[in-house]
Design a protein around this ligand. Structure first.
Ligand code: CP
Length: 313
């Protein structure tokens, strides 16, 4: 059965079935990634352009590796090395990219909605690799993949997401995805870092990190997005105070379930939102998230390119 989505612009447009199709497809690609020869001919002859107009380590590398493991021709551009730095508009840049006939554009951009803008104007598939503070769908999907792998299920999981919720596209995409698969989300962060619509996000809002973590199966820590806060001035008295009240350390982690896992999308600010002893401790699955990201992104590229998903009927 065809997947039915030409673009991956966010989690919001995806159904529960779509999410499970992506996760199940990624299982097969994870097995391929464990082989000595980690390459399949699935997207041979296809061209994927990774257009990253914001910094990235994990997502960019992961999409590039995913494309190469599927045998696609992958090409990267970024704002600093392109004519964006000379004032070219996003639409002109995209139209010029499309004139070279790529099959998929994977895009990260600082403006919320930028991938949607392109998807409305271009013929090729567009995959959102993070747009402003809006969505980061591939991150949420790799997070769910990792939760399911480690906890054996998604439905009924108690997931605490702690940090700068209002500026976090990771939090937003995870909220959509976790609600869709029947997990229960608790959010915690300073009042200045919770969005005004927080009561309508389908999560329990906690004033203190301790309340969010208590009895949690999953604790997901987020960094403070200083780059998105710059315009409105600082939202915190000090990083030391933030760390004291909202940072995860071994003492606070004892409140979670004994087998709880600790996640972080990266990049981490050690000593701010997470102590090194937790970041490197036995409960962390942070590098599993990174490993699973390649398989999940292979699944996304495969499915938007028209790959068949398993017929569940
Ligand atoms: N998690 C994440 O998006 O990391 P990068 O910014 O390094 O891609």
């Amino acid at each position: 059965m065809a997947f039915g989505h030409k673009h991956i612009l966010g989690i919001e447009p995806l159904s529960r079935e779509d999410i499970f199709t992506i996760l199940d497809t990624a299982e097969g690609f994870k097995e391929i990634n464990s082989r000595d020869i980690k390459k399949v001919p699935t997207l041979r002859g296809r061209t994927i352009i990774n257009a990253f107009f914001e910094n990235s380590t994990r997502t960019r590398l992961s999409f590039e590796i995913a494309g190469k493991r599927l045998s696609a021709d992958t090409v990267n551009i970024s704002s600093s090395g392109s004519s964006v730095a000379k004032g070219e508009t996003l639409e002109d840049t995209a139209r010029n990219i499309e004139a070279m006939r790529p099959d998929i554009i994977v895009m990260r951009h600082g403006a919320s909605g930028a991938p949607h803008y392109l998807a409305e104007r271009l013929d090729c598939s567009v995959v959102n690799a993070g747009d402003g503070a809006h969505e980061h769908p591939s991150q949420a999907l790799l997070d769910l993949f990792t939760m399911r792998e480690k906890k054996g299920r998604l439905e009924g999981l108690e997931v605490a997401i702690v940090g700068d919720i209002s500026h976090s596209r990771v939090a937003r995409s995870n909220l959509y995805a976790l609600n869709r698969v029947g997990a229960n989300v608790r959010l915690a962060g300073p009042g200045t870092m919770l969005p005004p619509e927080v009561d309508r996000l389908g999560a329990r809002v906690c004033n203190r990190i301790e309340e969010a973590i208590e009895g949690a199966d999953v604790v997901m820590m987020l960094r403070i997005q200083l780059e998105r806060q710059a315009k409105g001035g600082p939202l915190l008295p000090s990083l030391r105070e933030y760390s004291r009240f909202y940072g995860l350390n071994p003492d606070k982690l004892t409140l979670a379930k004994p087998d709880a896992i600790v996640m972080h999308p990266g990049p981490m600010n050690r000593g701010v939102e997470i102590s090194s002893s937790v970041a490197d401790g036995s409960r962390n699955v942070i590098l599993d998230q990174v490993e699973n990201g390649v398989a999940v992104r292979m699944a996304l590229l495969y499915l938007v390119a028209g790959g068949e998903s398993e017929d569940k009927d």
